[in-house]
Structure formats: structure tokens, C-alpha cells
Design a protein around this ligand. Structure first.
Ligand code: NCD
Length: 337
């Protein structure tokens, strides 16, 4: 790897280069080793301040970033909107600037509106303060650290010692569930198709418009996004076509709020058509592994017996790997300062 990391902000994966994925995979792999030691801490970010600005609720992502920052010896500030001056009318940018004035070096931002982390990053650049911004999920736009931990989990399932992007070439990965509303799916589309994997999407048509394929191929947005004509992306409105011979099946949370907007008849019907059960996995590669970013609706996206079977499910691995991947991101972003 001759190139050196130069991204101060990680807001989206759309323009990530293969060497950047490999840098993250290799860095995360060494942090995963650190996390298996008796003393699970390195002094890398000693004296630096990482601020978690989570304007939307989160269990695993917020805790995962907090632990990652602590394992790197950074000081961590946690912002909670309910008990903050936002309730007194302060703007989001002023909240961010307050943390900047306290000496924040990196901000990890989650917001229910797409574009908020990018807006804060632009303001930090305008102020020329050197602060890095990491998007921890913005609206339905992207969730890059989740897709990177998914990528790391898939690659280490293939080769635990030397995870790299190339391992996915020619593999079949299915993504099943509420794709339309999923920022996790959008980030995963960039990384998985960049790896040379065949990516098959499955959902009811109300949750999976055909335009999704064009979005990744770059044909509808040419000029704004690089054309990635060789990305292999397929759309299915039934489960079996997507998962037949699949090496990995990634399920996504079915957001119950979608039912009220009449995009789905019922959770039961969704489970019957798209729910992952041991029986339905029989048509996959015999060594198929199943992922889910969490939170899970047990019995809807996948059955409990699949989710809790460690020979099939990678769900706990994803959570464990999340800390190592977020350490890698904070470390690499910190190295640009
Ligand atoms: C996801 C999110 O918040 O975008 N979860 C996560 O970060 N682990 C997916 C979801 O909420 O369904």
C-alpha cells in the first residue's frame, strides 16, 4: 500500500477507493488484536477529544464509538439532545461550535436529517480548525462506519488473518429488507459493489424501487458521481432469487413505522415472503453466513434460531468488530491533523 490516508472527514463511501478499504481492513485487524489482549488500550489519541453528537437515539453505534475512543486513550464527550441547549433554541451549528471551543478534535455525528454531518464538516473546514467529522448515520443517506464493520466482518469470516477487499471478488451477497429507507444499505452498496462481489437486493417493490440499480451504476446521476459501470447489482422482488447460492445474507431492520405509511400489508406477511429462516437458507451456499446491523425485530427479519446460531449468524461478530473498525477510522482520521 503506497498511498497514505488523507481523509479528514468520513461522510459517505461513494468515492472510496479500494486501497482505502484495504487500509481500514488492515488497521481494524491490528486493533482487533489489541482488543483481544489483557490490556485493551493503546495511547494513540492520548490528549485528544472525541465528541459524540447523537441527535437521534442509538444503542450500539454510540457505545461503540465511545468505547473505540476510550480504547485509543482519547477523552470523550457525549452529547444528548434531550438534556441540551437545543431545547433552548440553540442551532446545531452553534452546538458543534461549543464543542469545538472546548477543544474537540473529532466529532462523531448522527442526525435524523441527511446532510447534517456534511454541513458541520463544511463549517469546520471553513473555520480551518482541523476538526474531523465522522457520519454515524444521517437520515436515509449513509452510515459508513456500519458498512465498514460489515465489510470487515465478511472479510474476516473468509480470512481471519488477512482481511482484504479482494476476498469478496465473485462472492454473492444478498441484502434483504427495507432497502429504500436504509442508510446502512446505501453505504453497503458502495463498499460491497466496489469489492467485486455480486450484490443482490430483495424486498417488496414498495421498499425497493428499480432506480436503486441506476443509483449505484451512476447512470442517473452522472456528473455528480463517478460512473461505476462494472458494479454488479441486481434487484429482486422475491427472496429466493436473491439468496440462491448466496455466500452472505444481510438482513435489514424492518422499520415498523413504514406500516403506517401503507408500504407493507403486515409484518407477518413480510416475514412469510422475506423473513430468513433455517429452511429458506437451504438454497444458499452451505456455508452461508447471516448479518444484521441491529436493532433486530426477532421473528420478522430473521428467526431467533438463525440469529442465535453462531455457526450461521455473524450478528455478535458485527458488534465486536464495530469497536475495532471505529478505532481504525478515528486513528486514520486523526493521522491527517
Ligand atoms: C442502523 C441505523 O441506526 O441506521 N442501526 C445501527 O446503526 N446499528 C439500522 C437501523 O436502525 O435499522
Amino acid at each position: 500500500m503506497s498511498e497514505s490516508w488523507n481523509r479528514r472527514h468520513v461522510l459517505s463511501l461513494w468515492d472510496f477507493e479500494p486501497w482505502e478499504y484495504d487500509t481500514i481492513l488492515q488497521t481494524a485487524s491490528s486493533f482487533r488484536e489489541v482488543l483481544s489482549r489483557r490490556t485493551k488500550k493503546v495511547p494513540t489519541l492520548q490528549g485528544q477529544v472525541v465528541t459524540n453528537l447523537f441527535f437521534e437515539s442509538s444503542t450500539r453505534t454510540r457505545s461503540s464509538f465511545e468505547l473505540a475512543a476510550k480504547r485509543l486513550s482519547a477523552d470523550i464527550l457525549n452529547f444528548a439532545p434531550g438534556s441540551s441547549s437545543l431545547t433552548k433554541g440553540e442551532t446545531i451549528l452553534d452546538t458543534a461550535k461549543t464543542y469545538l471551543a472546548m477543544g474537540t478534535d473529532m466529532m462523531v455525528i448522527r442526525h435524523q436529517e441527511a446532510g447534517v454531518p456534511a454541513a458541520i464538516a463544511a463549517e469546520m473546514d471553513r473555520l480551518n480548525c482541523g476538526v474531523g467529522v465522522l457520519n454515524a448515520g444521517d437520515g436515509q443517506h449513509e452510515h459508513p462506519s456500519q458498512a465498514l464493520l460489515d465489510l470487515f466482518t465478511i472479510c474476516t469470516a473468509i480470512d481471519p488473518i488477512n482481511p482484504k477487499l479482494d476476498l469478496l471478488k465473485g462472492k454473492k451477497v444478498a441484502i434483504v429488507g427495507d432497502i429504500l429507507h436504509s442508510r446502512v444499505a446505501r453505504s453497503n452498496l458502495w463498499s460491497l459493489t466496489a469489492s467485486g462481489a455480486e450484490v443482490h437486493l430483495a424486498a417488496p417493490p414498495t421498499l425497493l424501487p428499480r432506480a436503486f440499480a441506476d443509483f449505484v451504476q451512476g447512470t442517473t446521476t452522472e456528473g455528480q458521481r463517478p460512473t461505476k459501470g462494472d458494479r454488479k447489482l441486481y434487484i429482486h422482488w422475491n427472496l429466493d432469487d436473491a439468496i440462491v447460492d448466496a455466500d452472505f445474507v444481510m438482513t435489514l431492520r424492518l422499520q415498523k413505522e413504514r406500516m403506517t405509511s401503507h408500504l407493507l400489508p403486515s409484518l407477518r406477511e413480510f416475514h412469510q415472503q422475506f423473513g430468513i429462516t433455517r429452511d429458506r437458507l437451504k438454497i444458499c451456499n452451505p456455508n452461508v453466513r447471516v448479518l444484521h446491523p441491529g436493532p433486530t425485530n426477532r421473528g420478522v427479519e430473521l428467526t431467533s434460531d438463525v440469529m442465535d446460531d453462531g455457526t450461521i449468524s455473524l450478528v455478535s461478530e458485527q458488534v465486536t468488530n464495530g469497536v475495532a473498525v471505529r478505532m481504525a477510522l478515528l486513528y486514520l482520521m486523526g493521522s491527517t491533523r
